[in-house]
Design a protein around this ligand. Structure first.
Ligand code: PLP
Length: 358
């Protein structure tokens, strides 16, 4: 297997892939693959509900919140959220910390009033703009939207803001990487293809209270109520992706839960950040220190030529996915949950050796 540092779709634990391989043709003696089973069958329903209960256990989701498995990726949530909740002439407040928050803002603008509370754009999104708390004195705030981890720029919120209005977070690239206080959030969403499994399913965790503010006149499939009422089975869900999600969640429980997973992620990221910090300026980190992401580590080399050489030589040694996003260039190592410690050790070692040779 290669050392997979892709930003998404990303690495999946090997034991999960092997289990899926073993069960692929004949799932639990049904004589069928999980992907051939009816989504109304009791076998599939068990998988579906098992995934929900594992998520509830791992993230300690209180029963004030509902879990939904939707399609359309995190990008469709950029649309569904304002469509459902940007109502009654209220304002959606955004903290801009990267391209994905910009995209979420652009969609909300189609539905109502928006406001940018804080932005680090002028700094090329090298840090999380600080707002410790937000008091909406004008009573016109529908919600505040943040992006918990900025996949492209490699920055991450380490402490979430207090907000007098509902807090909504795009957690696509760091959900399940550490314990969370779910109660702080009215809605969390995440495309699965980084920490949760293969693409195809989007996890939404929504506070039931927020639904009281929903707009009427929403197309059926884009209305959260539809999916809540039907346990995310209003129409055919992405059954195979949800099955894979359930296996990834079982794996996370086997690891010892989110405290242990967080420790592992810190250890992994520290190896690579140390290779950067100890490089005498050969590698320049994009993110400011207190905003560094544990999931996406972004850095540049002294020039284009060395960057090309670095990517070429790393590829020869089976490191995959190290090119930075086209909008900021340089390099990016994504160290999601499923990336093993050995891969990060090997990369740190390679980075140090490459620096010494060049
Ligand atoms: N939000 C973040 C933070 C992301 O990293 C991504 C994809 O990389 C998206 C949203 C878009 O997700 P999707 O491709 O599931 O629509």
């Amino acid at each position: 297997r290669t050392f997979n540092f892709n930003a998404g779709p990303a690495a999946i634990p090997l034991s999960v892939l092997e289990r899926a391989q073993k069960e692929l043709v004949n799932f639990q003696n049904t004589g069928m693959s999980i992907m051939e089973l009816s989504h109304r069958s009791k076998e599939y329903e068990r998988v579906h509900n098992h995934a929900k209960s594992l998520l509830t256990e791992l993230l300690a989701i209180p029963d004030t919140h509902e879990i939904l498995f939707l399609q359309g990726g995190a990008s469709l949530q950029f649309t569904m959220i304002p469509m459902n909740f940007l109502v009654n002439q209220k304002t959606a407040h955004f903290v801009l910390s990267g391209s994905w928050s910009e995209k979420a803002l652009a969609e909300a603008k189609l539905f109502g009033k928006t406001n940018v509370l804080a932005s680090s754009k002028s700094n090329n999104y090298s840090h999380i703009p600080q707002i410790a708390s937000f008091e909406d004195g004008q009573d016109d705030g529908a919600y505040m939207h943040i992006t918990s981890n900025n996949t492209i720029y490699g920055t991450q919120w380490h402490e979430y803001p207090d907000s007098s209005i509902p807090l909504i977070a795009d957690m696509s690239s760091d959900i399940l990487s550490k314990p969370l206080n779910i109660e702080k959030f009215s809605l969390i969403y995440a495309g699965a293809q980084k920490n949760l499994g293969p693409s195809g399913v989007t996890v939404v965790i929504v506070k039931k209270e927020l639904l009281a503010t929903t707009s009427s006149n929403i197309p059926t499939l884009l209305n959260y109520e539809t999916h809540i009422k039907n346990n995310s089975l209003y129409h055919t869900p992405p059954t195979f992706s949800i099955y894979m999600l359930s296996l990834v969640l079982e794996w996370a429980v086997e690891q010892g839960g989110l405290n242990i997973i967080q420790q592992n992620n810190e250890e992994k990221a520290n190896l690579i950040y140390s290779a950067i910090d100890e490089s005498d300026g050969f590698y320049t980190p994009h993110a400011e220190k207190n905003s560094r992401s544990l999931m996406n580590i972004t850095y540049t080399l002294p020039d284009e030529e060395l960057t090309k050489k670095f990517l070429q030589q790393s590829a020869e040694q089976h490191f995959v996915g190290l090119a930075g996003h086209r909008s900021i260039g340089g390099c990016r190592a994504s160290t999601y949950n499923a990336v093993p410690l050995e891969a990060c050790e090997a990369l740190a070692k390679f980075m140090t050796a490459f620096r010494k040779q060049n």
